[in-house]
Each structure stands twice: as structure tokens, then as C-alpha cells.
Ligand binder design. Structure first.
Ligand code: IMP
Length: 424
């Protein structure tokens, strides 16, 4: 495992946290390279459960350094709160956390703007997490961003913050939203700044040097491929590149240094927020799956929308990321279903259409072509050997692997670290 990436191949919430946690035990560095605290992962350490949004979950492992690389956008409040949780657990962060000076900051006006735009969209809302993601990335590309780098020179930071906040307050006024209190915000940011400064370090040299020394690096993808800014049905996306290409821009690691991409696929589909979901299921079945799978957002607590496995979308995900191995998660949740469906193609106006050929209007109208599989009734959560899985379950897995032309590394059948079924 020299440099490996773990990415979610669906709409996020595939259960990447557990897979990263499993692999991070071997890693020297665990790296976040895009997104912000719109992501959420649950880490189970011993009997304790932790919810993290920003700091890479691998930080709990003894010899692992957590890197927040340049593509990440940082809310100083969230960062310091997560740092405090770790410090309380006795983790010495000075040796374990690196933050790129190139990261852009999520500032109070970004959060207000995110919520203001969402509220103004009314019925056409996108369902963002309202933590300021879109407005922060848009400031980044319009040269209005403020970076971790700017925290180093406090006077300069204050003048940039004031300039931006005054403009943003004018925009907030047009939405009828109370302005950001500039002096109060600066007082708070000054305190947070002193906590962050010790961890600022250029990540480019750290990671490239790690490659040279044959250290093990794990890239922790956030969200899912179906939320990529460029490759999902815009505007029902997140604001970063979730595809594996984001590793190069978001961390500075040369593309060739990445050895493998492990895709994480939930055995069915879920999505939070608005936007088309071709294989969506509603009614009692959706409620049952949601309850059994605990399908509620880690960041917002929103109930997730549910659907059948969408192999047409997944075929795209595997191709664009050059995925050769996948992990199937939450396979145990499907036990007890009489009939399990997978979508193998989309039809629109009587013709086949590919995922990549669809904008959001097409994706909302496509008719999935389903293939049905007989389900299994057995509880499989205690099974650890492939041959002991019910035949119907093996058929399901084999069909997925063949259709996507990938190897299934293992299937997860529970939240615990060891609740995995090794493939043959
Ligand atoms: P934003 O990233 O908060 O701007 O939200 C844009 C869309 O991405 C919304 O539909 C969110 O629900 C979705 N989203 C963002 N991050 C995640 C994630 O980690 N899991 C699932 N959905 C996400």
C-alpha cells in the first residue's frame, strides 16, 4: 500500500469511514484533499463513537499523521472543536496534524450566504448542508477567498476579512438576513487562529518526500463521485471534485504516484439533498431500509433517500476513477428482502442513454432497466467467509463484480472493524 485512495462511488455515505479506518492502521499519512465539513464520518474506537467532519479519521492510529491538504476548505470553528476532542482523548496533535497554508477558510459570512441562497431557492433548493461549502469555493475561484496562509499575518487577515465581510453583508441585506458582526467575528477568529498556527505546514514537500521514502499514504475521499462538481448533474452537486483527479490538484501528489483506487459501494443507493435519483424507492420498503441501515446524515441528521443499486452510474464511477477494486458495504442490510433489484441501464424516449450523457433534466426522466435477484432471508452479519454466504447473496456480489469488471476486495456486514467477508 504505497499510495492508495479510498473513494465513495455513489452519492456519499457509502461507509468510507470504516474502510479508511481499517486501512489507516497501516498508513504513515492519511490525507484529506477536497471538500470541507459537509463530509461526515463515524469512527468507532474501542467502545467510543466519534463523529468527524474535517480531520482525517486515521488520526486515531498511533503512527499515522493526518494531513489536511490544500484542496480542503476549513471552518476554523469546526477544526478547533475536532482538535479539542482529540486532545481530550490524549492524542498529541503536535506530532500528528499538518494543515496546508493553501486551504481556504470557511468564514461566518459563507455559512450565512449558503443558508440565505438555499432559503431563497424555495422549492428549487439544492439541499446543501448549509455549512458554507459553495460560497467558500466560489470565493476561492473569484479571487475573494481568504486562506489559512492569511492567518499568519493577522493585520493583513483583518483587512481582507473586513473588506469581504462588508461586501457580503450587503448581499445578506438583499436576502433580508442580519449581517455578520465584523468586530465580534474577528475577536473569535483571533482566538481560533492561535490554535491553528502551530499546525500550518506545506504539504507538498511532506507528501512527495513520503513517496520518495516509500511511506504509506492513504487518501481519504469525501462525499461521493455522483456529487462531483464537474461530473454529476449540476447544480445538484457539491462544490469540489470528488473524482480521483482531485488528489493531484488537492494535495500536489503527482498522478503517477497513486498506486491504487479502492471504490466503496453501498449494497444499495442513498442520497441526501435534492436532485435526481433514478433508482429511488419510496414507501414502506424505503422506510424499512432506512431504519435498518441507520440511513440519516452524519452532518445534518437528515433522513437519506433510498434506492436500488445503480450499476449504470457505478460503471461511470469505476471508469472515471480507474477503479480496479471495490468494497461493498452494508450488505447485511439487504437480508430479508424477497426480491433485490439492480439497475443495469437507463432508457430515455425508448433509447438507451448513459449516465454521462445526462444532465439533471434527463437524469430525472430516465427509466431504469432493472434486473431482479432472489433475496436471502438469513442474517449474514456474523459471517466472515465467502463460501458461507447464502447462494443468492453470492450471486448478487458476483453479478456486480462482473458487470463492473472489478474485483470485490471484501464485503462489510456490520459497523465493527472485523465485520467483513473476505472474497474467495
Ligand atoms: P454542499 O456540499 O453542502 O454544498 O451540498 C451540496 C449537495 O451535496 C447536497 O445535496 C448535500 O446533501 C450533498 N453532500 C455534500 N456532502 C455530502 C456527503 O458527505 N454525503 C452525502 N451528501 C453530501
Amino acid at each position: 500500500m504505497p499510495a492508495v485512495s479510498v473513494i465513495g462511488l455513489q452519492w456519499g455515505d457509502e461507509g468510507k469511514g470504516k474502510i479508511v479506518d481499517l486501512l489507516a492502521g497501516n498508513a504513515d499519512y492519511v490525507v484529506r484533499y477536497h471538500g470541507g465539513n459537509n463530509a461526515g464520518h463515524t469512527v468507532v474506537v474501542g467502545t467510543k463513537k466519534f463523529f468527524f467532519h474535517l480531520i482525517p479519521s486515521g488520526i486515531f492510529h498511533k503512527n499515522t499523521t493526518a494531513v489536511i491538504a490544500n484542496g480542503v476548505i476549513l471552518d476554523p470553528e469546526v477544526l478547533v472543536a475536532e482538535m479539542d476532542t482529540l486532545i481530550k482523548e490524549g492524542i498529541n496533535l503536535s506530532k500528528k496534524l499538518i494543515i496546508s497554508p493553501r486551504c481556504h477558510l470557511i468564514l461566518p459570512y459563507h455559512k450565512k450566504l449558503d443558508a440565505a441562497y438555499e432559503n431563497a431557492r424555495g422549492k428549487k433548493k439544492l439541499g446543501t448542508t448549509k455549512v458554507g461549502i459553495g460560497p467558500t469555493y466560489s470565493d476561492k475561484v473569484s479571487y475573494n477567498g481568504i486562506r489559512v496562509y492569511d492567518l499568519i499575518d493577522w493585520k493583513d487577515f483583518c483587512s481582507k476579512f473586513e473588506f469581504q465581510a462588508k461586501i457580503k453583508n450587503k448581499i445578506l441585506k438583499t436576502f433580508g438576513v442580519p449581517p455578520v458582526n465584523i468586530s465580534k467575528s474577528l475577536l473569535r477568529l483571533k482566538k481560533l487562529r492561535t490554535r491553528i498556527l502551530p499546525y500550518i505546514k506545506d504539504c507538498f514537500e511532506v507528501l512527495n518526500d513520503a513517496v520518495r521514502r516509500k511511506k504509506k499514504i492513504l487518501f481519504e475521499g469525501a462525499h461521493g463521485i455522483m456529487l462531483d462538481l464537474d461530473w454529476s448533474p449540476y447544480p445538484y452537486t457539491t462544490a469540489s471534485n470528488t473524482i480521483v483527479g482531485g488528489i493531484n490538484t488537492g494535495s500536489g501528489l503527482p498522478f503517477k504516484s497513486l498506486d491504487s483506487v479502492i471504490g466503496v459501494v453501498k449494497a444499495f443507493t442513498s442520497r441526501v439533498g435534492e436532485g435526481p435519483l433514478p433508482t429511488e424507492i419510496t414507501g414502506r420498503l424505503a422506510v424499512a431500509l432506512r431504519e435498518r441501515g441507520g440511513e440519516y446524515g452524519t452532518t445534518t441528521g437528515r433522513p437519506r433517500r433510498m434506492g436500488w443499486l445503480d450499476l449504470e452510474a457505478l460503471r461511470f464511477s469505476c471508469k472515471i476513477n480507474n477503479v480496479s477494486e471495490i468494497v461493498i458495504t452494508k450488505l447485511d442490510i439487504l437480508s430479508g428482502l424477497i426480491d433485490i433489484k439492480v439497475c443495469t441501464a437507463y432508457m430515455l424516449g425508448g433509447r438507451k442513454i448513459n449516465y454521462a450523457g445526462c444532465g439533471y433534466r434527463e437524469l430525472a426522466r430516465v427509466k431504469p432497466v432493472y434486473r431482479s435477484f432472489p433475496g436471502w432471508i438469513e442474517d449474514i452479519s456474523e459471517i466472515r467467509t465467502y463460501s458461507k454466504l447464502p447462494k443468492e447473496c453470492r450471486n448478487y456480489l458476483e453479478f456486480i463484480a462482473k458487470f463492473l469488471d472489478v474485483k470485490i476486495k471484501f464485503a462489510s456486514v456490520g459497523a465493527e472493524r472485523n465485520a467483513n467477508v473476505k472474497m474467495k
